[in-house]
Design a protein around this ligand. Structure first.
Ligand code: DNO
Length: 356
């Protein structure tokens, strides 16, 4: 297992030298957020990114995300051109030693929350999801809330370029059925996985967050059976998943330790995002500290399931709270994620001792 921290490249205010000071963290998970979706990540840009990380003595082996152009998701005739670009990007990423690409296939949007900075009684703040709010708000209203609340940090999945044409894109999904969407994802996998094999890059799809339809758009990567269906679409071990505990865990019917056991044993989990949630009702929760007792998810059992499976992929502490007066990109401050990494490493360390 390799413990990593997400770093937003030149859009991140956290210096790599600070990340390097977190014990047990071997590398960063990063991306080139400023390249418009669908364009090739050119060799010189990719090389620079790798050099910056390696210059700070941090490994750079995971990219999150190389986003998928909407024409691929929609199955439009132009998709082959964007798939070619994607493969070209993979070739360049291979040249700097990238081992895993995390991506998602959520239509139009990425993840969604109803509040970015929800105040907790201990005067920390955190992200909140209230399904009633999201079901009764327009996308424009939600995007406006993000712009207002985000301290001008660009939020992954809510990039200004994406938001500019969001209504137009949503309109293109009129009539899109789940079955058609499954076909489109299979088309993408069958085209891309041979390149993943060639370049030795594991593809790790991120689950849909939340794992149910919002804004009337289909969602696929939501539960055990759909993950099984996804993995069966293309059976190469290079076609795998990012196990995100917070995304899948938002549906309490998902048994996360069981998912880890099943899919890790088969070598299909390449990357894990571990975060905790505290439910306030069936479909509302806030993102709590990683510490198991602070939230509702069985964090210990999840880490133990990875340990028992001999997991040798990458883990990163996912979304943290804002603590100690930090002002930063929602979910991605330094302090609480650093604490989270130490908690997860502590569990791992104890398991190593006790189970040897
Ligand atoms: C949110 C993240 C997602 C994730 C993408 C992967 O904080 O977990 O934006 O990076 O869905 O493509």
């Amino acid at each position: 297992m390799k413990m990593t921290i997400r770093w937003f490249g030149k859009l991140d205010s956290i210096p790599l030298s600070f990340i390097k000071q977190i014990p047990g963290v071997s590398g960063v998970v990063t991306s080139l957020m400023d390249i418009p979706v669908g364009e090739v990540w050119e060799m010189d840009q990719v090389q620079k990114l790798g050099e910056v990380c390696k210059g700070a003595n941090l490994e750079c082996e995971v990219i999150e995300s190389v986003n998928i152009h909407e024409d691929i998701k929609l199955g439009l005739p132009n998709r082959d051109k964007y798939i070619e670009n994607y493969a070209e990007t993979m070739k360049n990423l291979h040249n700097i030693g990238i081992k895993v690409i995390c991506y998602n296939f959520m239509p139009v949007l990425d993840w969604a929350r109803s509040t970015l900075f929800y105040d907790l009684p201990d005067s920390s703040s955190t992200m909140y999801f209230d399904n009633d709010v999201v079901m009764n708000i327009t996308l424009d209203e939600l995007a406006a809330m993000y712009r207002k609340e985000s301290y001008r940090y660009e939020m992954p999945g809510w990039e200004p370029e994406r938001m500019k044409k969001v209504n137009e894109t949503i309109a293109q999904y009129g009539g899109m059925t789940e079955e058609k969407y499954w076909e489109n994802i299979k088309y993408f996998l069958d085209a891309i996985i041979p390149f993943a094999e060639k370049y030795d890059i594991k593809m790790a799809i991120h689950p849909d967050d939340p794992p149910w339809p919002i804004f009337g758009l289909p969602r696929l990567i939501t539960c055990r059976n759909n993950i099984r269906r996804f993995l069966d679409l293309n059976k190469s071990p290079y076609n795998g998943i990012t196990l995100c505990t917070g995304s899948l865990g938002a549906n309490s019917a998902n048994d996360i330790p069981a998912l880890v056991k099943e899919f890790s044993k088969e070598g299909r989990i390449h990357f894990a995002h571990i975060r905790n949630l505290k439910f306030e009702s069936e479909k509302s929760f806030y993102e709590s500290a990683h510490y198991e007792k602070a939230g509702s998810l069985p964090i210990f059992d999840i880490v133990e399931a990875f340990y028992d499976a001999g997991f040798d992929g990458y883990i990163r502490p996912d979304h943290g709270r804002m603590i100690w007066g930090e002002i930063n990109r929602a979910g991605y401050g330094l302090y609480d994620r650093a604490l989270g990494s130490q908690y997860l490493l502590g569990i791992w360390n104890a398991l190593e001792r006790l189970k040897k």
